[in-house]
Design a binder for this molecule. Structure first.
Ligand code: FEO
Length: 170
């Protein structure tokens, strides 16, 4: 079964989007590291690695389907943030953008009766539910614990204990 031109483009656009997410989390990790948020920094370095695995999954799929994937030039991500809460809000927004793109691709597979790509995307649909929940839960911590220095330090400690789930890895 061959991918349609529309599906190829959507998947290649997704390679770029996952790459951008990886770069964006790398910038977040670096910002946290400089500020001294050690837990958040480790968390976002791992998140950046995870996004790279997502990008690789799609590259492998495209190549396996007989299409050479396009490795994108990446735009520079935002490099500085006002607060840890603002940074996590941006992360949630990023994930919502990724979710919308994945759902759009699923719609294309349904229209085109492309069962192979549909089955491939199922993992991403589930992954996005987890990703959005993860950041929403983290954002709730600011309401629950607070926004002063001691509270942020507590949230940083919580981030240190959170790790990227093994099933998220390729
Ligand atoms: Fe690969 Fe977090 O989207």
């Amino acid at each position: 079964m061959k991918l349609s031109p529309k599906m190829k483009k959507a998947l290649n656009d997704q390679v770029a989007l996952e790459g951008l997410a990886s770069n964006s989390y790398l910038a977040m990790a670096s910002w946290c590291e400089v500020i001294g948020y050690k837990g958040a920094s480790d968390y976002f370095y791992a998140q950046s690695d995870e996004e790279r695995t997502h990008m690789l999954k799609i590259i492998h799929f495209l190549n396996d389907m007989g299409t050479t994937s396009i490795i994108p030039a990446l735009k520079a991500p935002t490099a500085s943030y006002k607060s840890l809460e603002g940074l996590i809000k941006t992360a949630l927004k990023n994930e919502q953008t990724v979710t919308a793109a994945i759902h759009k691709m699923v719609e294309i597979t349904q229209k085109e009766k492309d069962h192979s790509t549909y089955a491939f995307l199922e993992w991403f649909v589930n992954e996005q539910v987890q990703e959005e929940t993860k950041f929403e839960t983290l954002l709730q911590k600011f309401d629950l614990i607070g926004r002063d220095k001691i509270a942020i330090n507590e949230i940083d400690k919580i981030l240190a204990t959170e790790s990227v789930s093994p099933e998220s890895q390729v």
